[in-house]
Design a protein around this ligand. Sequence first.
Ligand code: ZN
Length: 621
Amino acid sequence: MRLVRLLMIAACIVTAAPAVAADWTSLETDHFLLIGDASGRDIRDVALRFEQFRAAVTEAFPVLADDRPGPPVVVIVFRDQRSYEPYKPRFNGKSVRVGGYFIGGNDVNYITLAADTRGSDFQTVYHEYTHLLMRRLPANLSAWVHEGLAEYFSTFDASGSTARFGRPLVDHVGLLRERQMPLLELFAVNHDSATYNEGNRRTLFYAQSWLLTHYAFIENPERWKQLVQFESLMHNGQPPASAFEQALGVAPAVLEQELQNYVRRHAMQYQVVALDQRVATRIQGQPAPMSEAEAHAWLGDLLGHAGRTEEATVLLERALKASPELPLAHAAMGTLLLRQDKSNEAMTYLEKATSANSPNEFVHFYFGVALVRRVANRTASDGELKKGIASLERAVELRSGFAEAEKMLGYGYLLANEPEKGRDTLRRALDGDPGDDNVILMLAEAELRLGQFAEARRRLGPVVGRAADARVKERARELLARSVGVEQQQQVRAEVAPSAADLPPISSPARPTDSTVQPVFREREPGETRTYGLFTEIECTPQQVVLHVRAAGQTLLLRAPRFDAIDFISYRTTTPGTISCGARRPAEDVYVTWRRDPAPSSQQGIAVAVELLPDGFVPAP
Ligand SMILES: [Zn+2]
């Protein structure tokens, strides 16, 4: 046995890619695509297990029951450990002993296992799949909720017509009887914190999250309700300690004591849910045969997602050699190249996959994404933007509710300066993935361009409050400030000529580094005021000139003895017309600097400087 394995590993090194046995089949169920070289019966058994898991979790926690389509979950069922070996995760060049594993992605999720995988080996896979289901939950739940529920549901166990959750996790119980993590510390952990990524603390964090979930979810549902409220208070910006006090009405120490007692009990409750028997009858068909090239393409894509680029390339090349038109292989090769930043080479494969009018929405998605990204990076033409948008539209057509495609499509519309389409598409994307702050930022931007300031601010406020990502927070703050400036500018314009209230363009979305050029303005001297406004007229008399500047609901009348007593500065790329008496057509955006008029007169001030603002400039609020 050992010899066989050694020989096999040696063979892998020579060919740089694992061999694929014949006899691959595929089976599509309501929520999974199963492929593998296991027997038809084994593949159906695995399909049933996953469909039952999904049904049981959504029965136990109905918020997760959401049948809108998401990225496919592809389950690869290997016939036995030998067949599985080459595709197991690697560490230092050696395969890691696992019963099954999960690779999540925006485009596709892979679960792999062998037909002889049993019992607790499924735990990891269930844990990760629970995370996938939880992506449908509202934005920014704390890390402990995610990990607590994933651990809790990972103990799924089905027999006959019932399923059970809640088996005590022995390792967690042992550790927690020794020590626990203070709750305020637990609540502060997020996916970036050191605790989350550091061996021992991490283990305690998982254990503590699991215990709190177990306790509140089955033993003390009142506490669960309170914790849900606590979460929402916290994400509206309330500090954890006071949110806890308000939602639970006790100090954290009280709940900590409850948990201490709970983990010392001799028995814990299970949650029993009835299994929907229809699930079994829906998985009846025979798995359909699959060509060797297709199997190679899937496995190549799997390894590509696992970051094993060389082996993936060999498999995909093999697939393309055997079946040069196979869209799946072109798509997988294209995306593999994209991940290596070889976007030019990738385009050939992606275009090929798209032009085959593949029914696989991902082919269109990837091509569209690549094109839109190139436009965003200014390496592509407007024609390519059109093509990219068309591809993404096709992806969304093939799978309605494809949130990732809608996000990119919305971004594409913004780049193409079609804010209305952008807004509608991004709204749909946000329905599908309410937790994505980047989508909220883009949507707010579309709304700003459409003059929907209140909507935009309603979205941005909470992002500023809760975003964990500093760049997202900054961008939200920037857009909020902009919204105030743009609105002010628009109001001023509307007062002068209601029909000419066109909005200035806003810089491209989602690129926080890309700020509009900021002119260096004239420095103000003591006693000077600078006001943003629309420069509408110069009134000339033999004694003086009077500037009319419309600003925030009033017209400033600013005098000067002569033109050359005023500093005229232009930041515009096109030279403005001459400065002469009469109405300014069109009226111009300006900063006017002025000082109070010491002499009693009908005018409000003395004009010092007029700065003509560049197109698209948004005044600071
Ligand atoms: Zn997890």
